[in-house]
Design a protein. Structure first.
Length: 231
């Protein structure tokens, strides 16, 4: 698979950027216990708080480099099935009802592995509601056809097992079939802490070691996200 195809997949899976976070367990809806967290505010995060919740190069192991993903002015992706739209939203650069914050892109081994994160904020319970809606869509939509940049792309959805993040999180993979024999799989995590929302995409051609690397990266992103949101 070419680097260009992988970069295209990451751009589609995060056009502005995604990523995520810490604790322990599977790809469920509950994150780390909230007992040790300060009382959550329903106020949206400030720009400074969102920027602090984004992964920086120093948080990653050696071998990673900061890069940038292409952006697009195309219409937001649309799912053929309405109940699957929360998943289609994860392929676009914007999240409806949210204010976008900071973002970051990284790659390793000449683009063999790629990581992208974006942080948003919602008013009130919007961040938690969005994570819950994505979890429901993962259950309802093992496959979904998504129109991206004018083309319909079949997408397969499957839950993944990674450390949990924040107060609630979901983890799953999205396999995009651009053409026969040209599939790209990205692992995604979405998480909520207070009014903060983050999404992360990880693409890795590293075989058996990819799962171990993914769990480590989720932990690193999660720690940064939660710390940044809490201040």
């Amino acid at each position: 698979m070419s680097v260009r195809v992988r970069r295209g997949a990451t751009a589609l899976l995060a056009l502005s950027v995604l990523c995520l976070t810490a604790a322990c367990g599977g790809g469920g809806e509950e994150g780390r216990p909230a007992a040790d967290a300060p009382a959550a505010s329903a106020e949206p995060l400030t720009a400074e708080r969102m920027a602090a919740a984004v992964l920086v190069l120093g948080d990653l192991p050696s071998g990673w480099a900061k890069t940038s993903a292409p952006t697009s002015e195309e219409p937001p992706p649309r799912a053929a099935e309405p109940e699957c739209q929360p998943l289609a939203d994860m392929l676009g650069s914007r999240v409806g009802g949210a204010e976008a914050g900071g973002s970051a892109d990284f790659q390793q081994d000449g683009g063999r592995a790629e990581l992208t994160q974006q942080v948003f904020t919602f008013p009130g319970s919007g961040a938690a509601d969005r994570v819950a809606a994505i979890g429901e869509a993962v259950e309802a939509c093992p496959t979904v056809n998504v129109t991206v940049e004018g083309s319909e792309v079949p997408v397969k959805i499957a839950r993944t097992d990674v450390p949990k993040i924040g107060q609630s999180s979901q983890s799953f993979s999205m396999t995009l079939a651009f053409a026969p024999g040209a599939e790209v799989t990205a692992d995604l995590v979405v998480a909520q802490e207070g009014t903060g929302f983050t999404r992360v995409a990880f693409v890795n051609d590293g075989g058996a070691e990819a799962g171990k690397a993914r769990a480590d990266l989720v932990t690193r992103v999660g720690d940064r996200f939660v710390e940044g949101v809490r201040g």
